[in-house]
Design a protein around this ligand. Sequence first.
Ligand code: SF4
Ligand code: SF4
Length: 352
Amino acid sequence: MAYASVEQRTARPSSGILAGSVLSEHWYSNRLEIGQFLWKALSSRYNPLLAQMVITRRCNLSCGYCNEYDDFSPPVPFHLLQQRVRALASLNTAAVTCTGGEPLMNPHLNDTIRLIREQGMIATMITNGYRLNQRRIENLNTCGLQEMQISIDNLEPDEVSQKSLRAVEGKLVLLARYAKFKVSVNSVLGVSEERTEDAYEVALTAKRLGLLHTVGVLHDDAGAIKPLSAKQFDVYKRITDLSHSITHRLNYHLFQKNLMHGHPNRWKCRAGARYLYICEHGKVHWCSQRRGYPGTPLLSYRREDIMREFDTQKGCAHHCTLSCVHQMSALDRWRKQGTADPGMGAPRKAFN
Ligand code: SF4
Ligand code: SF4
């Protein structure tokens, strides 16, 4: 059986991070959260809107395309997570997403979520769902989790992805029954041509259970995708027709429309400023696919670092599919960005 290309098999779906879409429609139902988010967003361009924090690199699965996990790392100790959450709060961060690896493998997940809320930030998480049960869902309710995203790549597990509907459908039923937080099921196009129709089945199941649903596209190591096939286009359209999701429409107009046709996007990536990726070692990176830039410890990350990264053009931006970074950068589309990124190839001219 043919699967995704070699490049496609080295990274996880963009929306997995997404995973954590703070601009998703769920939030419009909570005026206080939206008010706090918008206040931070509008009071300074240098307030981070979303930090994705790896609380363990270890994962209980081993998806063939993923470059964001291992099978041996210990969980990040709670005293380090406390320091990092407080550091994010002191930077005026609006929302923190606990991610991995698989965050349910860190026994301090609940305490971390509680602390994020105590520090006045929005708390979300990304999971493959395998380790969920009624007790864990009720504990997450108690801790104040506000949104969970589960990515499902196919109907049956295979060597490309073990995130399959068959493995977690029972967990979705539990979530529909017990979760007081928002649950967003994300299906993905591009894992393989043969699995294209699976994404629609995942969307149908989410709708049947009353859960929210988004669709992402698989990116490669550079955060980019290849143009979608005719079959993938058809499924994409049927999924978006199914859900009428604000997130679908936002992603489509922000970046998916051009990329699906093989065209670049001219946008200003604000990674390192509006969006932060915090690795298990507590360093700030632009995103999961650009680890090492800038690679500064979070505890010594300052306003000047945010200002510099806000202004830095990323040479990888034109074909990027990382939806949460597109979303977090959208508010500042009109602001200039001038400093060339020396490590990724200098752009020809500054965007205005
Ligand atoms: S479940 Fe997620 S983190 Fe784990 S291997 Fe699969 S894509 Fe990677
Ligand atoms: S454009 Fe930004 S979000 Fe996308 S891969 Fe590059 S640094 Fe990451």
